[in-house]
Design a protein around this ligand. Structure first.
Ligand SMILES: [Fe+2]
Ligand SMILES: [Fe+2]
Length: 169
């Protein structure tokens, strides 16, 4: 019995088109992470007030985590024979995470973070679905990152709930 096709999966020559599509999805994810790093870094410095300290610290930690995600997306793009895009390909989309008018407006930032995390969750869920049966390695990596984003979203939902409970949101 020597009928094995010795499939190399996503690395097969025949999978070139799927690979190209996957690299596009990963590049989009990469930019989302990079923009999130910019937005969270700014917010972690800009916010003012006693109430802001917890949120600022959380965002500071997230900056490192999101940068780690960007690195993992970049490595996977490379492994799939893609090229990590240069900065001129970047276009900003996080209109909802621009600095608020007043730097004590913590709720604005909390809502923005929830929106950013929701966007990431939707895009990564799509990648998990599209890699099903196509590229289990990318799928596995993205599932891990998706879990991090769900954790971030859940944490900031908790912050928002606290402000809502006080009637300040
Ligand atoms: Fe992330
Ligand atoms: Fe996140």
């Amino acid at each position: 019995m020597n009928t094995s096709t010795n499939s190399k999966g996503i690395f097969d020559g025949a999978s070139a088109e799927e690979r190209r599509h996957l690299v596009e999805l990963l590049a989009e994810a990469y930019w989302m992470e990079i923009e999130t790093v910019m937005s969270y870094l700014a917010a972690s410095v800009n916010l003012d007030g006693v109430r802001a300290q917890e949120v600022k610290q959380s965002l500071e930690e997230d900056v490192e985590e999101e940068l780690g995600h960007a690195r993992r997306f970049a490595s996977r793009i490379k492994e799939l024979y893609g090229v990590v895009p240069g900065s001129r390909d970047f276009s900003a989309e996080q209109t909802f995470l621009q600095p608020p008018e007043h730097q004590t407006d913590i709720v604005h930032i909390i809502r923005g973070v929830i929106e950013a995390e929701t966007g990431a969750i939707e895009h990564y869920t799509r990648i998990v679905e599209e890699t099903e049966g196509v590229d289990p390695v990318t799928q596995d990596m993205v599932i891990g990152i998706l879990r991090d984003e769900q954790g971030h979203r859940r944490l900031f939902e908790g912050y928002l709930r606290e402000f809502e409970a006080e009637g300040t949101a």
